[in-house]
Design a protein around this ligand. Structure first.
Ligand SMILES: Nc1nc2c(ncn2[C@@H]2O[C@H](COP(=O)(O)OP(=O)(O)OP(=O)(O)O)[C@@H](O)[C@H]2O)c(=O)[nH]1
Ligand SMILES: [Mg+2]
Length: 284
């Protein structure tokens, strides 16, 4: 049987020291690596290009990890899209197991650290409790039986990308913090809300989360936890009132194409002061 082509979409904000470890674990057969740079100032793009001259570098349109995923997904061309963090916590060597779940009939393969065969060296006790509670609440709202809601390693058929409805091209709002709803760390929950509302077949795939190798997390457990909770609540309202269009989990219209960085423009086009700080912004 012919294996599907896999696009790896990798959001990266100042991950120059971690990219070598992640790329070293990349299965040789991946179709493309789409690195979505968050205006890194540490040479992330240069390191990626040096190690993998074929890497596609995308410049994100707004701020936040969620916006980076939206841009990467819109730019990907493979049959399958794998969302893989660039900090060394996710092992791209696990991608074939996710693809196998898709080949066995799943529409969407979501990673889980909390099923047999999975685990985490990275999650703190606070985050673990928070994730447990949010996962239970999500399951109660959407009739699912997931073991892990807030995990970034997910793989799905690209033909379902429209279901996710991530908005890659709308401009930032004047006076806003540079992010629209879904642009932050609530993005994984937003994806799961839309996948559940579309009744896609989801397989959980055990995955081991390693510790971030270098650098610091961009996530704030309380702040981002609140955004996750709000995403679950709003998506639930939409499930009950399917005609509502004004809430942030409604699926926007398809997006235009995403600009790709020409190789020479990268170093000069990245502003040195534009590093997004997820901690300093309030939810809308
Ligand atoms: N392009 C882009 N990537 C981002 C942004 N924020 C985070 N990322 C990337 O998204 C991935 C996950 O971010 P982390 O800061 O590791 O957050 P986390 O994995 O939830 O938290 P930890 O478990 O503490 O590492 C990493 O590859 C980051 O570099 C952003 O604003 N833009
Ligand atoms: Mg991380």
């Amino acid at each position: 049987m012919k294996l599907p082509s896999v696009s790896v979409v990798m959001p990266a904000l100042n991950e120059a020291q971690n990219i070598p470890h992640v790329f070293a674990r990349m299965p040789p057969e991946v179709h493309e690596v789409v690195l979505v740079d968050g205006f890194s100032v540490d040479g992330t793009v240069a390191v990626a290009r040096q190690l993998r001259p074929d890497v596609r570098v995308i410049r994100q349109s707004r701020k936040g990890k969620g916006n980076a995923l939206a841009c990467g997904i819109a730019a990907a061309t493979g049959d399958v899209i794998a969302l893989v963090d660039a900090d060394g916590s996710a092992d791209p060597g696990e991608i074939p197991r996710f693809v196998e779940a898709l080949m066995n009939g799943a529409d969407f393969a979501k990673g889980t650290r909390f099923a047999d065969g999975g685990g985490s060296a990275d999650i703190t006790r606070l985050r673990s409790y928070g994730n447990y509670a949010l996962t239970a609440f999500f399951n109660a709202c959407y009739g699912r039986n997931y073991s892990d809601l807030c995990y970034g390693f997910n793989v799905f058929w690209r033909r379902h990308a429209a279901v996710l409805g991530l908005d890659a091209t709308s401009p930032q709002r004047p006076g806003g913090d540079g992010r629209l709803w879904g642009d932050g760390f609530e993005v994984e929950t937003l994806i799961h809300v839309r996948v559940a509302n579309a009744r896609l077949i989801v397989a959980e795939v055990p995955s081991f989360e390693h510790s971030r190798i270098h650098g610091v997390s961009n996530l704030n457990a309380f702040h981002d936890g609140r955004r996750v909770l709000r995403t679950i609540l709003i998506g639930r309202r939409r499930l009950q009132r399917p005609m509502a269009t004004a809430d942030p989990t409604s699926v926007p219209t398809p997006t235009a194409s995403i600009p790709e960085f020409p190789a020479q423009a990268i170093q000069t086009a990245l502003p040195m002061t534009a590093v997004a700080s997820e901690r300093s912004v309030d939810p809308p």
